[in-house]
Design a protein around this ligand. Sequence first.
Ligand SMILES: [Zn+2]
Length: 114
Amino acid sequence: MHEVSIALSIMDIIVKKCREESCNKIDSVRLKIGKAAGVMPDALLFAFDNIKTDTIAKDAEMIIDIIPLGGTCNSCKRDFDTEEAYVLECPKCGSADFVINKGNEMEIIDMEVS
Ligand SMILES: [Zn+2]
């Protein structure tokens, strides 16, 4: 379950950032996860809740924004977004000639500290 290692690296990053800013408590952290990033949000939340005890983030809430998959079609030149987890063809024209440029991201957007 690689969500545990992701949760651990997020914890490392936010704790380090919090220390740099002389904070002693993390209240929340907001992430952006693309549908195609290969991360299961529920598993990540579960992992985070389990590792946060005994850290300065023990009361922190993790908020996850899911980014849909999107791309640009080379045939009809249109951009598209989809709720599907995989794209096999352009939803507008059915062409298989497209580029996915959204939905693979995973990043920390912001965090609240006190
Ligand atoms: Zn198309």
